[in-house]
Design a binder for this molecule. Structure first.
Ligand code: XMP
Length: 520
C-alpha cells in the first residue's frame, strides 16, 4: 500500500539522467509532492490523474537514434504544464516537429546563458544578465516546433530554452536542478508555482492525515499489523505512525542480533516500548544464534546473507505467536526503490542490503510501506509531527548487519566487545563536541591487523581502530569530515587508554566514491 494516488503531484518522467533524484528533491523543497516514474513504463494519459505538472528528465540517449526512449505524445496535448530538461527538451522538440542536431563534441560544464524572454519561466530575471548554467549534452535543438518561442540562448547554442504558453510546454537545454546552475531553484519554482500553480501544501501533518484515513479504511479492527523494529528513524516513525492511526493493532518485534552498538538493544527497547513511545514491542534476544551462524565467515556478502536469513528465521518464529496478522510494515524510503532507467529498459537498482532480507516474499503478509515515496528528511518531519523524540529522529543511520560490517574478517564476541567500547567512546566525544548532527555517520571500525606498540616497559601487539566520520545528503556520495584535531585527539587517546586490546587509532580520509562509507 502506498499513498501517492490520492494526492496532487508532479510527475517526473525519468529518461535515465543521473540528476533525476535531484529534480525530485528540488520539487519537494517547494513543498510539492513529486513522483518519479521510469520512461520505460508503459505510460498512458490515465497516469496523469491528479498530476499538476510533468517534468521530463535528461538522459544519456540521443533522440537521433532509432531506439531512443519516447512516450505517449498525447501527454503533450493535455495542457498539463510540462517542462523538458536536456534530453527532455530534445524529445519534446522532436515529437512536436522541431529539429534536433548532434554537436561534434559534448558540452559539459558551466556556460553563460542569455535570457531573451523573461515573461514567465524566467520571470524576475534580467534580460541582459548572463546567468551561469550547467550543461551536459551532445545534441541540441536547432529549430523549435511551431507555436514555441526561444526563451534563452547560450554561448554555444542558439536555443537553450523554449516555451509555448498556449500549450503550457517549456523546455531547457541546461540543468536547473543542479547546484551549479545559478538561480536554478527559481526557474523550477517559476514553472511549478507561477505557471503550473502546483499545490504547495505538502506537509507532514497533511501526510499523516491522508495516511491515517487510508490505513483506517484498509485494516479492519480485528486485523493486526506486524513491524520489524530496528531502532532507526524509518522503522520507528513508521511504527508510531501506524500505532497512532490504529491504536492497539500494531505488534512490533525487535531482534537483538548482538551486532548493535553498546547497550543499544536495551536503550531502544526502553525508548520504544511502554516506558517510552508506548509501542507494543517484543525484544528477542538472538545474539547467540547470530554469532554461531557467523562463526568462521569472513566474506562480507556472506555475512550479510547469513544475518538476513537468521533474521528472517527468528522473525518468522516470533510472528507465529501473534494472532490475526495480515500486514507487515516496512520503513522503505524513496531512494531505496527508485528505479534508475537505462535506455534499453529499466534496471532496478534496489540495494539488496536495504530490504529487510526478503521478508515479504517468504511470509504471507501484505506490505505497508508508508514512506515509499518520501526522502529521509521528510520522514524526520513526519516523526517530529508525531512527537517522536529528537534523539531518535536525529539518529545517524546504522546498517542492518550492524557491527558485522565494521569488524573486518571473522566476527567473534571478543571483537564485538572491543568495537562496542571503542565506538561508544567515539560517539560520546562526537556528541560532546557538537558534531553528531552535522555528520551523516560517525563510527569506529575494527581492522584485521595487529600492530606493535609499547606500553610501560613492554611491547604490545594489539588491534587497530579506524575512525570513520562522513558528511552526506543521502549516503549515495559522501565526504570524509574534518573533525577538529582536538576531538580526534581525545577520541584516539581515550580509545587507546580505555579499550583493552587496542594500541592504535587511525583516521579514514576517503570520500565516497570511490570508497564506500562502511568498510565491508
Ligand atoms: P556504503 O557503505 O555502501 O553505505 O557507502 C551507504 C549507506 O548504506 C548503509 N549500509 C547498509 N545498510 N544494510 C543496511 O541496512 C547494509 O548491509 C548496509 N551496508 C551499508 C551505510 O551505513 C550507509 O549509510
Amino acid at each position: 500500500m502506498t499513498i501517492e494516488n490520492s494526492v496532487k503531484k508532479v510527475l517526473i518522467l525519468d529518461f535515465g539522467s543521473q540528476y533525476t533524484q535531484v529534480i525530485a528533491r528540488r520539487v519537494r523543497e517547494l513543498n510539492i509532492f513529486s513522483e518519479i516514474i521510469p520512461c520505460t513504463r508503459n505510460c498512458s494519459v490515465q497516469d496523469l490523474t491528479n498530476v499538476e505538472a510533468v517534468i521530463f528528465s535528461g538522459g544519456p540517449a540521443s533522440v537521433l537514434d532509432d531506439d531512443s526512449p519516447a512516450f505517449d505524445i498525447a501527454w503533450l496535448k493535455t495542457k498539463i504544464p510540462t517542462l523538458g530538461i536536456c534530453y527532455g527538451m530534445q524529445l519534446m522538440s522532436q515529437m512536436l516537429g522541431g529539429k534536433v542536431a548532434s554537436s561534434k563534441k559534448r558540452e559539459y560544464g558551466a556556460t553563460a546563458l542569455e535570457i531573451i524572454d523573461n515573461s514567465d519561466l524566467f520571470e524576475g530575471f534580467a534580460l541582459d544578465k548572463n546567468l551561469q548554467v550547467w550543461m551536459s549534452h551532445g545534441d541540441h535543438v536547432v529549430e523549435v516546433p511551431s507555436g514555441f518561442k526561444v526563451l534563452a540562448k547560450s554561448e554555444s547554442i542558439p536555443m537553450a530554452a523554449m516555451g509555448n504558453k498556449a500549450d503550457q510546454l517549456y523546455a531547457l537545454q541546461f540543468h536547473p536542478e543542479v547546484f551549479h546552475t545559478e538561480r536554478g531553484g527559481e526557474i523550477i519554482s517559476n514553472f511549478l508555482i507561477k505557471i503550473a500553480k502546483c499545490d504547495t501544501s505538502w506537509s507532514a501533518d497533511g501526510f499523516i492525515h491522508t495516511f491515517n484515513k487510508k490505513i483506517q479504511s484498509m485494516v479492519s479492527p480485528e486485523q493486526n499489523v506486524l513491524c520489524a523494529l530496528s531502532g532507526g528513524v524509518d522503522s520507528t516513525v513508521a511504527a508510531v505512525l501506524i500505532d497512532r492511526a490504529i491504536p492497539g493493532q500494531l505488534k512490533s518485534i525487535f531482534v537483538d542480533n548482538g551486532l548493535l552498538r553498546k547497550d543499544e538493544a536495551q536503550q531502544v527497547y526502553k525508548r520504544l516500548g511502554v516506558e517510552g513511545l508506548g509501542l507494543d514491542v517484543k525484544l528477542v534476544d538472538a545474539r547467540e544464534r547470530f554469532l554461531t551462524a557467523l562463526r568462521g565467515v569472513t566474506d562480507p556478502e556472506k555475512k550479510r546473507k547469513i544475518i538476513g536469513s537468521v533474521f528472517i528465521d527468528v522473525f518468522e518464529e516470533e510472528s507465529k505467536s501473534l494472532q490475526n496478522v495480515k500486514y507487515l510494515v516496512q520503513g522503505t524510503l524513496y531512494p531505496d526503490v527508485i528505479e534508475s532507467v537505462s535506455v534499453k529498459g529499466p534496471s532496478a537498482t534496489i540495494k539488496s542490503h536495504h530490504n529487510v532480507g526478503g521478508l515479504p516474499e517468504k511470509m504471507n503478509f501484505e506490505l505497508i510501506e508508508p514512506f515509499r515515496e518520501l526522502f529521509k528528511d521528510e520522514v524526520r518531519r513526519v516523526g517530529e509531527a508525531l512527537n517522536v523524540p529528537t534523539e531518535i529522529i536525529k539518529r545517524q543511520p546504522f546498517p542492518g548487519p550492524g557491527l558485522a560490517v565494521r569488524i573486518l574478517g571473522e566476527i567473534t564476541q571478543d571483537k564485538i566487545d572491543i568495537l562496542q567500547e571503542a565506538d561508544a567512546i567515539l560517539v560520546e566525544e562526537v556528541k560532546r563536541a557538537g558534531w553528531y548532527e552535522k555528520l551523516w555517520q560517525s563510527f569506529a571500525v575494527l581492522l584485521p591487523v595487529d600492530s606493535v606498540g609499547v606500553m610501560g616497559d613492554g611491547r604490545t601487539y594489539e588491534k587497530c581502530i579506524a575512525i570513520r566520520a562522513v558528511e552526506s545528503q543521502d549516503g549515495m556520495t559522501a565526504n570524509w569530515a574534518y573533525l577538529p584535531e582536538k576531538v580526534l585527539g581525545i577520541i584516539s587517546s581515550r580509545i587507546i587508554n580505555e579499550v583493552s586490546g587496542v594500541n592504535r587509532v587511525v583516521l579514514d580520509i576517503s570520500n565516497k566514491p570511490p570508497a564506500t562509507i562502511e568498510w565491508e
